[in-house]
Design a protein around this ligand. Sequence first.
Ligand code: MN
Length: 360
Amino acid sequence: MKFIHTGDLHLGSKMGTRLTPDKAAARKAELRSTFKRMADYASENGCTAVLLCGDVFDENEPLLDDKNYFYHVVSTHPDVYFAYLKGNHDTGDHFSEDVPENLLTFGNDWRYYEFGDVRVYGTELPEKGARAAAARLSTDSNFVNIVMLHGQIGSSADSIVIQDYVGKGIDYLALGHVHSYSKGQIDMWGEYAYCGTPEGRGFDETGEKGFVLVETDRPGARVETRFVPFAQRTVHEFRVDISGTASKEDALDVCEEAVSGAKNRDLVRLLIEGATRFDTDGLDTALENSLGGRFFALSVKNLSTEEPDYEAFLNEVSLRGEFARKLAADTSLSDADKKRIAALGFKALAGNLIEDIKVR
Ligand SMILES: [Mn+2]
């Protein structure tokens, strides 16, 4: 038997962080269609159920439009069950008047659904005292036991404490809440996993996104799981250290090279770091101009600092040389201060300080 483990869809998410309104709207639509594609996948691959581990909607009172979309997908895939456990973003009682027959829901105490030799358990954990729920769970070893929960793994009374689930006969603990895929072992029988969001919603939700395919009738294993990449676009974050570059043009090349692995359709955030001997003003704009058209969205942040090598000018017969010599001779200044002062001083001498002052 096959199950799709997903969650944290956050349907209705604004997607507005650093995306233009039209791109945010496009991503909203993609998020929806990824849910539909997942339902199609379940149908086409003979999955018994889609396990929705919370935060299906982004808001407690989702827009009617998002609700309708969700129910439409559920009711147009009658051959698949949708087991919907609420998370911390969709706690409101927003099930429609006539819930489709294939939509299975959970409540404040443990409930299970039986599919042949598989039982799928779940409960919606309270914000306070989530740990108490673990003690009330009992499973039947005659069944393959899948448990659904939404919450943060931790050690406090309000979190999911994995230790509490040891020896409970769980074959697979399907978790929602953390937006990236990860897995671990409960005990010698069972494993747990966070499925992550099916689509990165902003520049902070980086990496490969998809769902977990859970198979229960594999030879030699009660449960076999694998992460299936399924997102339409991937969000990347690249950190590039330009300390070793000799010029702005050089740094531009290094940055362009750093993002070359991202696909054209992806969302890319580029963080430029390090200390240079040259002024990097305008590097972010230059990159936005040269790469902006290539990606679905690009965000460049220049966090590098300029540390001019004033000592290189000590012998220069010029105003700059005089300035460097004065700086070098000043014993009241630390090395770091001298570099900072040099950065401003060289800029002033080159006539570029006015703009800097204006900005501040
Ligand atoms: Mn979430």
